[in-house]
Design a protein around this ligand. Sequence first.
Ligand code: NAP
Length: 273
Amino acid sequence: MDGSPVVGGGILLFISGSGWVKNPAAMKGLEQQVAVVTGGSRGIGRAVALRLAEAGADVAVVARSVEACAATVEGVRNLGRRAWAYAADVSQAASVEAAAEAILREAGRVDILVNNAGITRDGLLIRMSEADWDAVLDTNLKGAFLFTRAFARSMLKQRAGRIINISSVIGLIGNAGQTNYAASKAGLIGFTKSCAREFASRGVTVNAVAPGFIETDMTAVLNEEQRQAILARVPMGCLGRPEDVAHVVWFLALPESRYITGQVLTVDGGLVM
Ligand code: NAP
Protein backbone atom coordinates (compact mmCIF):
# COMPACT_ATOMS: atom_id res chain seq x y z
CA MET A 1 0.00 0.00 0.00
CA ASP A 2 1.28 3.46 -0.82
CA GLY A 3 1.07 6.40 1.56
CA SER A 4 2.46 7.17 4.98
CA PRO A 5 1.16 5.48 8.13
CA VAL A 6 -0.51 7.58 10.84
CA VAL A 7 -2.22 6.41 14.02
CA GLY A 8 -5.89 7.40 14.20
CA GLY A 9 -8.44 6.13 16.71
CA GLY A 10 -6.22 3.21 17.63
CA ILE A 11 -6.22 1.94 14.04
CA LEU A 12 -3.27 2.36 11.76
CA LEU A 13 -4.41 4.54 8.87
CA PHE A 14 -2.70 5.27 5.58
CA ILE A 15 -2.97 8.34 3.41
CA SER A 16 -3.34 7.22 -0.19
CA GLY A 17 -4.26 9.06 -3.35
CA SER A 18 -7.97 8.56 -2.62
CA GLY A 19 -7.84 9.70 1.04
CA TRP A 20 -7.84 7.67 4.32
CA VAL A 21 -7.59 3.93 3.87
CA LYS A 22 -7.48 1.41 6.71
CA ASN A 23 -4.50 -0.90 6.79
CA PRO A 24 -5.98 -4.36 6.06
CA ALA A 25 -3.64 -5.97 8.60
CA ALA A 26 -4.84 -3.65 11.38
CA MET A 27 -8.50 -4.32 10.47
CA LYS A 28 -8.29 -7.97 11.46
CA GLY A 29 -8.44 -7.16 15.13
CA LEU A 30 -8.58 -10.55 16.89
CA GLU A 31 -4.92 -11.58 16.94
CA GLN A 32 -3.80 -13.64 20.00
CA GLN A 33 -7.42 -14.38 20.93
CA VAL A 34 -9.13 -17.71 21.38
CA ALA A 35 -12.73 -18.16 20.26
CA VAL A 36 -15.15 -21.00 20.97
CA VAL A 37 -17.94 -21.53 18.46
CA THR A 38 -20.68 -24.01 19.35
CA GLY A 39 -22.46 -25.57 16.39
CA GLY A 40 -19.34 -24.77 14.39
CA SER A 41 -19.56 -27.80 12.11
CA ARG A 42 -21.67 -26.13 9.41
CA GLY A 43 -23.92 -23.23 8.46
CA ILE A 44 -23.65 -20.01 10.43
CA GLY A 45 -21.27 -21.55 12.99
CA ARG A 46 -18.75 -22.54 10.32
CA ALA A 47 -18.90 -19.08 8.72
CA VAL A 48 -18.37 -17.49 12.15
CA ALA A 49 -15.38 -19.74 12.91
CA LEU A 50 -13.76 -18.86 9.58
CA ARG A 51 -14.46 -15.13 9.93
CA LEU A 52 -12.95 -15.02 13.42
CA ALA A 53 -9.93 -17.01 12.21
CA GLU A 54 -9.52 -14.63 9.28
CA ALA A 55 -9.41 -11.83 11.86
CA GLY A 56 -6.59 -13.61 13.67
CA ALA A 57 -8.31 -15.73 16.34
CA ASP A 58 -7.59 -19.37 17.14
CA VAL A 59 -10.84 -21.33 17.19
CA ALA A 60 -12.24 -24.25 19.21
CA VAL A 61 -15.05 -25.77 17.17
CA VAL A 62 -17.81 -27.61 19.03
CA ALA A 63 -20.45 -29.95 17.57
CA ARG A 64 -21.90 -33.33 18.48
CA SER A 65 -19.03 -35.20 16.82
CA VAL A 66 -15.39 -34.43 16.12
CA GLU A 67 -15.78 -35.75 12.57
CA ALA A 68 -18.47 -33.16 11.82
CA CYS A 69 -16.04 -30.39 12.81
CA ALA A 70 -13.28 -31.56 10.45
CA ALA A 71 -14.01 -29.24 7.51
CA THR A 72 -14.26 -26.16 9.73
CA VAL A 73 -11.06 -27.07 11.56
CA GLU A 74 -9.27 -27.52 8.24
CA GLY A 75 -10.59 -24.16 7.05
CA VAL A 76 -9.33 -22.40 10.19
CA ARG A 77 -5.90 -24.05 9.86
CA ASN A 78 -5.72 -23.06 6.20
CA LEU A 79 -6.06 -19.47 7.41
CA GLY A 80 -2.95 -19.99 9.51
CA ARG A 81 -4.70 -20.18 12.88
CA ARG A 82 -4.81 -22.94 15.50
CA ALA A 83 -8.00 -24.98 15.57
CA TRP A 84 -9.40 -27.73 17.78
CA ALA A 85 -12.48 -29.93 17.44
CA TYR A 86 -14.59 -30.93 20.44
CA ALA A 87 -17.54 -33.28 20.58
CA ALA A 88 -20.14 -32.04 23.04
CA ASP A 89 -23.90 -32.06 23.29
CA VAL A 90 -24.63 -28.50 24.41
CA SER A 91 -27.81 -29.62 26.16
CA GLN A 92 -25.93 -31.92 28.55
CA ALA A 93 -24.16 -30.34 31.52
CA ALA A 94 -21.54 -33.08 31.94
CA SER A 95 -20.70 -33.01 28.23
CA VAL A 96 -20.32 -29.21 28.23
CA GLU A 97 -18.20 -29.17 31.37
CA ALA A 98 -15.84 -31.82 29.99
CA ALA A 99 -15.44 -29.93 26.70
CA ALA A 100 -14.94 -26.58 28.43
CA GLU A 101 -12.28 -28.04 30.71
CA ALA A 102 -10.45 -29.52 27.72
CA ILE A 103 -10.67 -26.23 25.81
CA LEU A 104 -9.24 -24.21 28.69
CA ARG A 105 -6.48 -26.77 29.16
CA GLU A 106 -5.51 -27.02 25.49
CA ALA A 107 -6.11 -23.46 24.27
CA GLY A 108 -5.00 -21.85 27.55
CA ARG A 109 -7.73 -19.17 27.59
CA VAL A 110 -11.04 -18.19 26.04
CA ASP A 111 -11.70 -14.62 24.90
CA ILE A 112 -14.76 -15.05 22.69
CA LEU A 113 -17.70 -17.43 23.14
CA VAL A 114 -20.26 -17.75 20.37
CA ASN A 115 -23.33 -19.70 21.50
CA ASN A 116 -24.60 -20.73 18.10
CA ALA A 117 -25.69 -24.39 18.31
CA GLY A 118 -29.38 -24.63 17.62
CA ILE A 119 -32.14 -26.86 16.28
CA THR A 120 -35.78 -26.64 15.22
CA ARG A 121 -38.60 -29.14 15.89
CA ASP A 122 -41.52 -27.35 14.27
CA GLY A 123 -45.20 -28.09 14.80
CA LEU A 124 -48.39 -26.39 15.83
CA LEU A 125 -48.73 -25.97 19.59
CA ILE A 126 -51.78 -28.21 19.95
CA ARG A 127 -49.81 -31.11 18.46
CA MET A 128 -46.40 -30.34 19.96
CA SER A 129 -44.87 -33.15 21.99
CA GLU A 130 -43.10 -32.52 25.26
CA ALA A 131 -40.01 -34.13 23.71
CA ASP A 132 -39.93 -31.57 20.87
CA TRP A 133 -40.41 -28.71 23.32
CA ASP A 134 -37.62 -29.97 25.58
CA ALA A 135 -35.16 -30.74 22.77
CA VAL A 136 -35.38 -27.19 21.40
CA LEU A 137 -35.28 -25.41 24.76
CA ASP A 138 -32.46 -27.63 26.03
CA THR A 139 -30.28 -27.13 22.94
CA ASN A 140 -30.96 -23.50 22.09
CA LEU A 141 -31.34 -21.96 25.56
CA LYS A 142 -29.92 -24.30 28.17
CA GLY A 143 -26.93 -24.93 25.89
CA ALA A 144 -26.07 -21.23 25.96
CA PHE A 145 -26.48 -21.17 29.75
CA LEU A 146 -24.18 -24.17 30.21
CA PHE A 147 -21.39 -22.86 27.95
CA THR A 148 -21.62 -19.33 29.33
CA ARG A 149 -21.41 -20.63 32.90
CA ALA A 150 -18.45 -22.81 31.94
CA PHE A 151 -16.36 -19.88 30.65
CA ALA A 152 -17.72 -16.90 32.60
CA ARG A 153 -15.41 -17.33 35.58
CA SER A 154 -12.23 -17.25 33.48
CA MET A 155 -13.48 -14.27 31.42
CA LEU A 156 -14.39 -12.33 34.57
CA LYS A 157 -10.98 -13.13 36.04
CA GLN A 158 -9.15 -11.88 32.94
CA ARG A 159 -11.44 -8.82 32.95
CA ALA A 160 -12.12 -9.17 29.25
CA GLY A 161 -14.40 -11.27 27.11
CA ARG A 162 -17.02 -11.32 24.42
CA ILE A 163 -20.11 -13.54 24.60
CA ILE A 164 -22.28 -13.54 21.50
CA ASN A 165 -25.54 -15.49 21.49
CA ILE A 166 -27.16 -16.39 18.18
CA SER A 167 -30.85 -15.71 18.70
CA SER A 168 -33.35 -15.24 15.83
CA VAL A 169 -35.90 -12.74 14.56
CA ILE A 170 -38.42 -15.45 15.47
CA GLY A 171 -37.60 -14.67 19.11
CA LEU A 172 -38.67 -11.07 18.43
CA ILE A 173 -41.79 -11.53 16.30
CA GLY A 174 -42.87 -15.15 16.87
CA ASN A 175 -43.89 -17.64 14.20
CA ALA A 176 -46.84 -20.01 13.92
CA GLY A 177 -45.49 -23.55 14.19
CA GLN A 178 -42.41 -22.50 16.14
CA THR A 179 -43.59 -21.86 19.71
CA ASN A 180 -40.70 -23.90 21.10
CA TYR A 181 -38.09 -22.24 18.87
CA ALA A 182 -39.49 -18.72 19.46
CA ALA A 183 -39.52 -19.29 23.23
CA SER A 184 -35.91 -20.49 23.16
CA LYS A 185 -34.75 -17.53 21.07
CA ALA A 186 -36.71 -14.94 23.07
CA GLY A 187 -35.32 -16.59 26.21
CA LEU A 188 -31.81 -16.12 24.83
CA ILE A 189 -32.45 -12.39 24.57
CA GLY A 190 -33.45 -12.12 28.24
CA PHE A 191 -30.48 -14.30 29.13
CA THR A 192 -28.17 -12.04 27.10
CA LYS A 193 -29.36 -8.85 28.79
CA SER A 194 -29.14 -10.34 32.29
CA CYS A 195 -25.61 -11.68 31.71
CA ALA A 196 -24.66 -8.31 30.22
CA ARG A 197 -25.72 -6.61 33.46
CA GLU A 198 -23.90 -9.16 35.62
CA PHE A 199 -20.61 -8.97 33.68
CA ALA A 200 -20.48 -5.33 32.54
CA SER A 201 -18.21 -4.03 35.29
CA ARG A 202 -15.55 -6.65 34.42
CA GLY A 203 -15.08 -5.81 30.75
CA VAL A 204 -17.08 -8.80 29.52
CA THR A 205 -19.76 -7.86 27.00
CA VAL A 206 -22.75 -10.03 26.14
CA ASN A 207 -24.77 -9.41 23.00
CA ALA A 208 -27.23 -11.27 20.80
CA VAL A 209 -27.39 -11.48 17.03
CA ALA A 210 -30.84 -12.15 15.60
CA PRO A 211 -30.58 -13.49 12.05
CA GLY A 212 -33.56 -13.50 9.75
CA PHE A 213 -33.75 -16.25 7.14
CA ILE A 214 -30.26 -17.45 6.21
CA GLU A 215 -29.31 -20.08 3.59
CA THR A 216 -28.19 -23.11 5.66
CA ASP A 217 -29.27 -26.71 6.30
CA MET A 218 -31.84 -25.29 8.74
CA THR A 219 -33.71 -23.38 6.01
CA ALA A 220 -33.02 -25.96 3.25
CA VAL A 221 -36.08 -27.88 4.53
CA LEU A 222 -38.44 -25.04 3.51
CA ASN A 223 -40.58 -25.84 0.47
CA GLU A 224 -40.91 -23.42 -2.45
CA GLU A 225 -44.20 -22.01 -1.17
CA GLN A 226 -42.71 -21.28 2.28
CA ARG A 227 -39.63 -19.70 0.66
CA GLN A 228 -41.74 -17.39 -1.48
CA ALA A 229 -43.86 -16.41 1.55
CA ILE A 230 -40.70 -15.47 3.45
CA LEU A 231 -39.15 -13.58 0.55
CA ALA A 232 -42.34 -11.54 0.19
CA ARG A 233 -41.77 -10.25 3.75
CA VAL A 234 -38.06 -9.44 3.36
CA PRO A 235 -37.57 -5.89 2.00
CA MET A 236 -34.24 -6.90 0.43
CA GLY A 237 -36.03 -9.73 -1.42
CA CYS A 238 -33.43 -12.42 -0.75
CA LEU A 239 -32.31 -14.77 2.00
CA GLY A 240 -29.14 -13.94 3.89
CA ARG A 241 -25.83 -15.79 3.76
CA PRO A 242 -24.02 -17.28 6.78
CA GLU A 243 -21.24 -14.74 6.10
CA ASP A 244 -23.71 -11.89 6.70
CA VAL A 245 -24.15 -13.12 10.28
CA ALA A 246 -20.45 -13.90 10.72
CA HIS A 247 -19.59 -10.31 9.85
CA VAL A 248 -21.69 -8.98 12.73
CA VAL A 249 -20.27 -11.53 15.16
CA TRP A 250 -16.76 -10.38 14.19
CA PHE A 251 -17.75 -6.75 14.77
CA LEU A 252 -19.15 -7.50 18.25
CA ALA A 253 -16.05 -9.54 19.11
CA LEU A 254 -13.63 -6.71 18.36
CA PRO A 255 -11.85 -4.99 21.27
CA GLU A 256 -13.19 -1.70 19.82
CA SER A 257 -16.77 -2.89 20.52
CA ARG A 258 -16.07 -2.67 24.27
CA TYR A 259 -18.91 -0.19 24.95
CA ILE A 260 -21.68 -2.29 23.33
CA THR A 261 -23.42 -4.73 25.66
CA GLY A 262 -26.89 -6.20 26.20
CA GLN A 263 -27.88 -5.47 22.59
CA VAL A 264 -29.73 -7.45 19.95
CA LEU A 265 -28.50 -6.85 16.41
CA THR A 266 -30.81 -8.14 13.67
CA VAL A 267 -29.28 -9.37 10.41
CA ASP A 268 -32.40 -9.93 8.35
CA GLY A 269 -32.52 -7.89 5.15
CA GLY A 270 -34.95 -5.50 6.83
CA LEU A 271 -37.55 -8.07 7.92
CA VAL A 272 -37.86 -6.59 11.42
CA MET A 273 -37.64 -2.82 11.71
P1 NAP B 1 -27.50 -25.70 10.99
O1 NAP B 1 -26.86 -25.54 9.66
O2 NAP B 1 -28.60 -26.69 11.16
O3 NAP B 1 -26.33 -26.01 12.05
C1 NAP B 1 -26.65 -26.24 13.39
C2 NAP B 1 -25.37 -26.43 14.17
O4 NAP B 1 -25.70 -26.68 15.54
C3 NAP B 1 -24.55 -27.60 13.68
O5 NAP B 1 -23.19 -27.26 13.75
C4 NAP B 1 -24.88 -28.68 14.68
O6 NAP B 1 -23.80 -29.58 14.83
C5 NAP B 1 -25.04 -27.88 15.96
N1 NAP B 1 -25.83 -28.55 16.97
C6 NAP B 1 -27.15 -28.85 16.95
N2 NAP B 1 -27.50 -29.46 18.09
C7 NAP B 1 -26.40 -29.54 18.86
C8 NAP B 1 -26.13 -30.05 20.16
N3 NAP B 1 -27.09 -30.61 20.92
N4 NAP B 1 -24.88 -29.95 20.64
C9 NAP B 1 -23.89 -29.39 19.89
N5 NAP B 1 -24.08 -28.88 18.66
C10 NAP B 1 -25.32 -28.95 18.16
O7 NAP B 1 -28.09 -24.34 11.54
P2 NAP B 1 -27.76 -22.81 11.19
O8 NAP B 1 -28.80 -22.35 10.27
O9 NAP B 1 -26.33 -22.65 10.87
O10 NAP B 1 -28.09 -22.16 12.61
C11 NAP B 1 -27.11 -21.78 13.55
C12 NAP B 1 -27.78 -20.95 14.63
O11 NAP B 1 -28.39 -19.81 14.02
C13 NAP B 1 -28.90 -21.68 15.36
O12 NAP B 1 -28.90 -21.32 16.71
C14 NAP B 1 -30.14 -21.16 14.68
O13 NAP B 1 -31.27 -21.23 15.51
C15 NAP B 1 -29.75 -19.74 14.38
N6 NAP B 1 -30.52 -19.11 13.31
C16 NAP B 1 -30.52 -19.63 12.05
C17 NAP B 1 -31.28 -19.00 11.09
C18 NAP B 1 -31.34 -19.51 9.67
O14 NAP B 1 -32.15 -18.98 8.90
N7 NAP B 1 -30.54 -20.44 9.26
C19 NAP B 1 -32.05 -17.88 11.40
C20 NAP B 1 -32.02 -17.38 12.69
C21 NAP B 1 -31.24 -18.01 13.65
P3 NAP B 1 -23.87 -31.16 14.53
O15 NAP B 1 -25.19 -31.48 13.90
O16 NAP B 1 -22.70 -31.38 13.63
O17 NAP B 1 -23.70 -31.77 15.88
